[in-house]
Design a protein around this ligand. Structure first.
Ligand SMILES: Nc1ncnc2c1ncn2[C@@H]1O[C@H](COP(=O)(O)OP(=O)(O)O)[C@@H](O)[C@H]1O
Ligand SMILES: [Mg+2]
Length: 256
């Protein structure tokens, strides 16, 4: 079991309070939704967990380790990995090479090109390739492993990025708006991928989404952020049926 908690976390960017006294306690494996209007602080919350942003106040704990001041790399080593709102992939490289890059931070020999052809590298490479194959299967991108990333649709690029994050063997999987820019059928495909991940590689998955339908279809439990403050939390169905949440923060959009 994985336990992640934030205690009274505030994050200030100059005069802007991106997060204001947020306290959250989560147990994994689970599929947790994090929703809220633009500028609510969703990305900042993921960044605070992953170490890209440091809390101005409060603390972050993973399995009773205080990680508040740890570097990104140390958090990756503890199993916290994230995706970004815009996929960060090497366009000229193949799908497999891009997925393989996700193996490096945790257990790689430093750089793929470094130590090339040494026994240590070959052993690492064999294990890493096997892990990539397994994850590509789960994500449903096995048949495009040799395709150059530049040739892919934005949905397939998104799925490649999810695979790259997954090969790092996360305990805590942070996904920032994976449905952004996807059409209706691609969103349903994304939901199926997230369900397969939850079944085959259970993690504490935190899904930041603007699309409430994806959260409804995937997440067991959901948090609502508004203006840096936690507005509601609970079983996804209950939170999404809450008139306060709907009318104050989403208008009619949440019903779509
Ligand atoms: N690096 C930054 N520097 C200054 N302000 C930022 C930075 N990142 C986010 N903000 C501000 O913090 C608030 C929350 O942003 P963000 O976490 O990106 O919201 P969301 O992901 O919910 O749309 C916004 O007002 C945003 O402009
Ligand atoms: Mg965001």
């Amino acid at each position: 079991m994985t336990h992640l908690s934030l205690e009274n976390v505030s994050v200030n960017f100059g005069a802007i309070a991106a997060l204001n006294n947020v306290t959250i306690s989560m147990n994994g494996p689970a599929k947790i939704g994090l929703i809220g209007p633009n500028g609510a602080g969703k990305t900042t919350l993921l960044s605070t967990i992953a170490g890209f942003v440091s809390a101005s106040e409060g603390s972050v704990q993973l399995d009773s380790i205080d990680i508040t001041r740890l570097s990104i790399q140390k958090r990756v080593a503890l199993g916290i990995v994230r995706s970004f709102q815009t996929a960060r992939l090497l366009n000229d490289e193949s799908v497999r090479t891009n997925v393989l890059l996700g193996c490096q931070p945790m257990d790689g020999p430093g750089s793929v090109r470094q130590m090339f052809a040494t026994p240590g590298y070959r052993k690492w490479n064999k294990l890493a390739q096997e892990r990539c194959r397994e994850i590509e299967e789960i994500v449903g991108i096995s048949d495009i492993q040799n395709v150059q990333v530049a040739k892919l649709s934005s949905a397939m690029r998104r799925f490649v990025e999810i695979a790259r994050v997954l090969v790092a063997q996360p305990k805590v999987l942070l996904l920032d708006e994976p449905a952004a820019g996807l059409d209706h059928s691609e969103r349903r495909q994304l939901e199926r991928i997230l369900h397969r991940i939850a079944e085959q590689k259970p993690t504490l998955m935190i899904l930041v989404e603007h699309d409430v339908a994806v959260v409804r279809n995937v997440c067991d439990y959901t948090y609502v952020l508004a203006e840096g403050t936690l507005l509601a939390e609970g079983a996804t169905n209950e939170v999404l049926a809450d008139q306060n949440v709907l009318s104050s923060y989403f208008g009619g959009a949440a019903r779509a």
